[in-house]
Design a binder for this molecule. Sequence first.
Ligand code: SF4
Length: 217
Amino acid sequence: MKKVKKATKEEIEEIKKRFIERYSGAVTELHYKNLYELLVAVALSAQCTDKRVNLITPEFFKRFPSPKELAAAPLEEIKELIRTCSFFNNKAKNLKAMAKKVMQDYNGEIPLDEKELVKLPGVGQKTAHVIMIEYTGANLMAVDTHVFRVSHRLGLSQDETAIKTEETLTKIFKDNLQTLHQAMVLFGRYICTAKNPKCDQCFLTEFCKSKENFKPR
Ligand code: SF4
């Protein structure tokens, strides 16, 4: 991966300030009413747009309103409901296994704890962090494709993987991580887009180190 110049301490502080000012109070664009729905929506959103997930979930939650119905559902029925989502085969298997485990080990309640969440099938550190950020406002970072690209273009991280980038961003920003996470997702989705970034709308142009489309290894 091409190395770009690192942002200075002063630059990091100013970028942080502008992100927080611009995106304070921002929340996920995924639609959900409870922790179970948030977990399903976040799991479906991997490699899939929030827009598409929001089209799928109303019918999904009508058919499977809680882990109980999802655990008992035939796999084929779950697949059918989410088939317009990328990797739907795997996602369906994981969702069913997740619901079964929640029924067996957690009395039907999704555990609101990072260490317990990652024990659920299909739930990695990134998903667990997104759930904790969204549901509890926890001071955590999660790095998706948008956060990765934005942090590299701005010289905030030179790391090759998402997990390393998460560590770096946590270290350099320290606090307000939940807002900074939402900020970088939205900034990457609507302004600093992968193709043809809208640099004329950018409020961080003087800190931009590269317009390359950085992708995690
Ligand atoms: S100037 Fe363009 S490429 Fe650089 S951070 Fe802003 S939107 Fe992204």
